[in-house]
Design a protein around this ligand. Structure first.
Ligand SMILES: Cc1cc2nc3c(=O)[nH]c(=O)nc-3n(C[C@H](O)[C@H](O)[C@H](O)COP(=O)(O)OP(=O)(O)OC[C@H]3O[C@@H](n4cnc5c(N)ncnc54)[C@H](O)[C@@H]3O)c2cc1C
Length: 440
């Protein structure tokens, strides 16, 4: 096939470009922003001002697509760490045990991660980036079944129609695609929204010299009593990023005094103690996240041929759990796998791709969505569709988090890192372990 057009040149768009690169002569990535060269945050991804953890499951998926990525990240200064040992994690009103574990990950700013992935994509000879360009509309074929062109607007105000054989919508949370579907007679996409009214405030800082046996401190609030949380993480260039967060409109402010006071009132003093004498390097940026959302494109009775959505357009998850990029990477990995056996010129084969892809999204989203909702619905103010059995699952998770067995904690981390599925928690083999009496 000749050309695939990818709308959006962020994490999901870049990973999809690699996923499809072997199947098309040309990959066009269309992106409104110019790409940064020096780590500045792009207008299209304001969330990059905040801590962006890449989970082990996401890191593995990206490494599958870009085997050279870990090396590139390391060369550019990403901080390697063992999540089980180097991260101090307060959750469920207690500090998790630390031990040598199987979860090597790296810490970096989101801008560095995106830049490294983009540089990997630039190595592909059939990829072309077109910046200063946004997709405004799609055109259907004469039968109204297949998307055959994208209408794009350039920064200079000109509009043009670009033809292609396949399209990817990777335009993120604010994607126009759901609206386009309903305007063009494909129906309204079902969407679940979970209102959490989360507020973020973040900046980069330099910590005073000193001995530390950790690379990050995570303080997760346990609802309903605790609403404030924070993440302090070591990133490239000997800097630290601190994100403060608050549920249900208890938001950290952007002035330094208010920011530090908020840090002082976290459920534990450890982050405040670590940063109270820090040198603040950047302005404090804020971000409001009113609700998590999950769209069910696969449930539409009719769906146009020749296009698939990836990344945040499918689901925009509560960022406290650091899952969004990993889910985008896992979806792109699945797309890559399914694309291998797809004949993009054949209608039946395209249908199989679409069905396989939407089915895989159900699996991929089940764990991150379920874990996030488990925490979100601890607050009575959270509004949205509450899954059946959540309270029982939460009770079991509390037992898991409180376990003294390293084997159980390791399992918990693997689920949180999207290496294992949440349902594995509830396997009889594991349940019997949770209730086994402690041996001395
Ligand atoms: C405050 C905050 C903190 C977060 N923290 C984490 C974290 O710790 N870990 C984690 O994994 N995830 C985190 N996330 C989620 C993560 O940012 C997203 O899941 C991830 O960026 C998804 O990538 P994406 O490519 O789908 O969308 P985006 O990164 O949002 O990118 C969309 C791209 O599409 C472009 N675009 C928009 N409209 C058009 C158009 N019409 N035509 C062409 N291009 C267009 C935009 O310019 C942008 O480049 C966080 C999110 C927020 C809001």
């Amino acid at each position: 096939m000749k050309t695939v057009i990818i709308a959006g040149g962020s994490i999901a768009g870049l990973a999809s470009a690699k996923a499809l690169s072997g199947k098309f002569e040309k990959i066009l990535i269309l992106e409104p922003d110019a790409f940064d060269q020096h780590g500045e945050v792009r207008k299209g991804t304001p969330q990059a001002n905040h801590v962006h953890g890449l989970l082990k499951g996401g890191s593995d998926a990206l490494t599958h697509l870009f085997p050279n990525l870990p090396k590139r990240l390391k060369e550019r200064g990403a901080v390697s760490c063992d999540f089980c040992q180097d991260v101090r994690w307060y959750i469920n009103k207690k500090w998790m045990p630390r031990f040598c574990g199987p979860l090597p990950i790296s810490f970096q700013t989101r801008s560095l991660l995106e830049r490294c992935i983009r540089d990997e994509v630039r190595q592909l000879s059939n990829v072309e980036f077109i910046t200063g360009c946004r997709v405004k509309d799609y055109r259907l074929d004469a039968e109204g079944k297949r998307i055959v062109a994208a209408v794009v607007e350039r920064d200079n105000g000109t509009t043009e129609t670009l033809n292609a054989e396949f399209f990817i919508d990777a335009t993120g949370r604010g994607s126009l695609f759901p609206n386009w579907l309903s305007r063009n007679g494909f129906g309204a996409v079902k969407v679940d929204k979970v209102k959490v009214d989360l507020g973020y405030a973040s900046c980069l800082m330099e910590l005073p010299a000193g001995e530390r046996d950790w690379q990050s401190i995570l303080i997760y609030p346990k609802g309903p009593e605790e609403v404030r949380g924070a993440t302090l993480v070591n990133v490239e260039d000997d800097r630290w990023m601190l994100t403060l967060a608050g549920y249900h409109n208890d938001h950290p402010p952007a002035d330094i005094d208010g920011y530090m006071t908020f840090a002082k009132t976290l459920p534990q003093p450890d982050i405040y103690e670590a940063v109270k004498d820090a040198r603040i390097l950047t302005p404090i940026k804020i971000h409001k996240f009113p609700y998590g959302q999950r769209r069910y494109y696969g449930d539409l009775p009719r769906f146009p041929k020749g296009i698939l959505p990836v990344g945040d357009t499918n689901a925009s998850l509560n960022p406290l759990f650091g899952q969004g990029m990993s889910v985008a990477a896992l979806s792109a990995k699945s797309l890559s796998h399914l694309a291998e056996s797809t004949n993009f010129a054949d209608t039946k084969s395209l249908k199989a791709l679409k069905m396989g892809y939407f089915q895989s999204l159900r699996h991929i989203f089940a764990t991150p969505w379920g874990l996030a909702l488990g925490q979100d619905f601890r607050y009575p103010m959270t509004i949205g569709p509450k899954p059946f059995g959540l309270s029982v699952k939460n009770a079991l998770k509390e037992i898991i988090m409180g376990a003294s067995s390293t084997e159980i904690i390791e399992r918990f981390y693997q689920v949180v890192h999207l290496v294992e599925e949440e349902k594995s928690f509830y396997h009889p083999k594991w349940i019997s372990k949770y209730f086994r009496p402690r041996t001395k």
